[in-house]
Design a protein around this ligand. Structure first.
Ligand code: ATP
Length: 155
């Protein structure tokens, strides 16, 4: 076989942080047009990222990180995500995400707003919602709080 390595070197970086670097068995990540499932040996591709939760499996362990836009390069045994922002699930500050969501909702654009204003407001809401969702999914100590806040966010 041309390629016998059966793991993927996963790297997630942002302009501010090196978020993670791990050898993993599989990756599921939010591309701009939907979630992509990546296994070792995947065909090379370059894709724009959406805003969502990247999940990776290593043995019996599954972990996740948020990914807020950016780009990813997929190679047969390597995935590099250059995200605008990303946080490991366990590092998410739930109170901060809730405050960001409340602020974004309280400051929704008015009648004379431009499309860019709406895009910015929607993006802020999406970032905060993804963070709250990721905190619930990741089962951090803040799970109960985040669950309540998600219900609040959907209301
Ligand atoms: P805020 O208004 O709270 O800053 P934001 O959506 O505007 O939220 P971003 O611009 O996406 O924040 O991110 C700025 C930096 O702060 C990034 O490094 C990001 O990873 C980090 N960050 C933002 N929100 C959180 C959070 N709830 N928990 C942990 N890190 C966060």
């Amino acid at each position: 076989m041309a390629n016998e390595q059966n793991t993927i070197e996963l790297q997630v970086v942002t302009p501010e942080h090196h978020v993670l670097s791990e050898d993993v068995d599989s990756v599921e990540m939010p591309g701009k047009d939907g979630y992509l499932g990546i296994l070792p040996g995947h065909a090379p591709l370059l894709t724009e990222m959406g805003l969502g939760i990247l999940t990776y499996r290593k043995g019996s362990e599954t972990r996740s990180t948020t990914v807020m836009g950016g780009y990813a390069e997929v190679l047969p045994n390597r995935v590099i995500v250059l995200a605008d922002a990303a946080e490991l699930t366990e590092k998410i500050d739930v109170s901060r995400a809730q405050a960001a969501l409340d602020r974004a909702k309280a400051n929704m654009p008015g009648a004379n707003a431009t499309e860019a204003d709406w895009d910015a407001a929607n993006a802020a809401i999406t970032r905060a919602t993804v963070r709250l969702e990721a905190a619930v999914k990741g089962g951090t100590g803040a799970t109960a709080t985040a669950s309540r806040e998600m219900e609040h966010a959907k209301a």
